[in-house]
Ligand binder design. Structure first.
Ligand SMILES: Nc1nc2c(ncn2[C@@H]2O[C@H](COP(=O)(O)OP(=O)(O)O)[C@@H](O)[C@H]2O)c(=O)[nH]1
Ligand SMILES: [Mg+2]
Length: 299
């Protein structure tokens, strides 16, 4: 008898001590966080999706009286953001290159001008060399003035050979020659630098398609400037439609960028972020880590 009463009383106390999370609670807590995310350059599209996710998860949930609801929502946002930042598929580049039977492993770099393709290629060449792999670079940006000299200078500094033709020559032909060169000398990796701007009578996406058709790259990497904010999503989508982007490298995360672009890009195209650029030196290339990125976003 007494036991039953205690049980009843216990469940009564539990009920009293509980409260439901309401839409108002969530909205109030999300207001500040949404500003934080937008300020960190997360796109509106992603913020909207995060909000819906959080609402679905939390509204109606019963919590103990006295629970800090704001904190609860913040934790949920952090979990949701980390979830989006966590790649569905991870690529261990060095392992993939080593596993390929027939050399070379071909990587094409795409992205708009100034995003950091050429610099990133030099950094990656340096990284791959440090992992015991041999590298040759194709100077397939035959378009922008000074592009060939720029990549040559970087390559000289990191100790890698460049295959080049003249300016205005066919970028796909340069890449093809670099692959032939690598085959003949058993070089492990070919890194293809490409141009990044549309001009009259010249379609950048057609050019990328041709390079992809001729070289059949093992990997297409989109290089994007984290400072470009939302614009980067549209860029990545365009290249992804033209040539199927397999991986992303985000640059300039040492600068003001707070990393929101990483969140947006992970959301916009399925491809994982492989590395991030954190400076102008050859060692300023970090393997991607979602926890590091989360820190960056929430500052
Ligand atoms: N601070 C910083 N600058 C970078 C980074 N990556 C590239 N840059 C700079 O961005 C500018 C454009 O880079 P570049 O490689 O020429 O871009 P591309 O036009 O895509 O080939 C150069 O001044 C680079 O030094 C980075 O991770 N951090
Ligand atoms: Mg370039």
């Amino acid at each position: 008898m007494f036991g039953k009463l205690k049980e009843k009383l216990g469940s009564f106390v539990d009920k009293v001590a509980q409260t439901e999370i309401s839409e108002k609670d969530v909205n109030r807590a999300l207001e500040d966080l949404e500003w934080d995310l937008l300020e960190a350059d997360v796109s509106l599209e992603v913020v909207d999706e995060l909000r819906e996710r959080i609402k679905k998860e939390l509204i109606g949930q019963k919590v103990k009286v006295g629970t800090n609801k704001k904190e609860l929502v913040e934790k949920a946002v952090e979990r949701a953001v980390l979830d989006v930042l966590t790649p569905q598929r991870r690529i261990n580049l060095v392992e993939e290159i080593r596993a390929k039977r027939e050399k070379p492993y071909v990587i094409a770099f795409v992205g708009f001008n100034g995003g950091g393709k050429t610099t990133t290629i030099a950094k990656l060449a340096n990284y791959l060399k440090r992992h015991g792999l041999s590298v040759v670079i194709a100077a397939s940006d035959t378009f922008r003035a000074g592009a060939i000299e720029q990549i040559e200078e970087h390559a000289r500094r990191v100790g890698v050979k460049v295959i080049k033709h003249q300016y205005r020559s066919d970028p796909a032909a340069v890449a093809y020659d670099a692959i032939e060169h690598a085959k003949a000398r058993e070089i492990d990796v070919v890194l293809i630098d490409t141009a990044g701007r549309n001009e009259l009578n010249r379609n950048l996406m057609d050019e990328m398609r041709k390079i992809a058709r001729i070289t059949k790259p093992d990997l297409v990497i989109f290089v994007g400037d984290a400072l470009a904010g939302n614009a980067i999503i549209e860029q990545a989508r365009q290249f992804n439609e033209a040539v199927r982007v397999d991986g992303v490298i985000l640059t300039k995360l040492d600068a003001d960028a707070r990393g929101g672009a990483a969140l947006s890009i992970s959301h916009a195209i399925g491809a994982p972020i492989l590395f991030v650029g954190v400076g102008q030196g050859y060692d300023d290339l970090k393997e991607y880590d979602e926890k590091w990125m989360l820190e960056k976003i929430f500052g």
